[in-house]
Design a protein. Structure first.
Length: 122
């Protein structure tokens, strides 16, 4: 067997979920690379088990700092939303004023055109 084939089987064998075949077991006994890989998996598993049993006490004031950071982020987002809303209102007002000015100018031109007397030549 190749070491790459054995390496794929090692995570399941370390956890005790899969029984090791005799050829795999013989390969591990004679291969330093696979023995080292098996030792790394066992060390990692022990470390993970230790993490399960440890309880880390949060630093004093961590909750207050977290809530303050969340509040500040919310305020920044609210300010950003208000500014975006104001910009949209300004653009809408300017656009509306431009349309109104264009309509007034067009109405004035139409009104002038109707008031001009049509000259009759004879």
């Amino acid at each position: 067997m190749l070491c790459d084939d054995i390496a794929r089987l090692l995570p399941a064998t370390v956890g005790g979920g899969v029984a090791v075949d005799l050829p795999v077991q013989r390969h591990i006994e004679t291969c330093l690379r696979c023995q080292a890989e098996l030792a790394r998996y066992r060390r990692m598993l022990r470390g993970l088990q230790l993490l399960r049993t440890r309880y880390l006490e949060p630093a004093p004031g961590l909750l207050a700092q977290t809530l303050a950071a969340i509040g500040e982020a919310g305020e920044r987002e609210a300010r950003r939303a208000v500014l975006s809303g104001r910009r949209l209102a300004y653009v809408g007002a300017i656009g509306g004023a431009a349309v109104a000015a264009g309509a007034a100018a067009t109405a004035g031109l139409v009104h002038r055109a109707r008031r001009r007397p049509v000259g009759v030549t004879g």
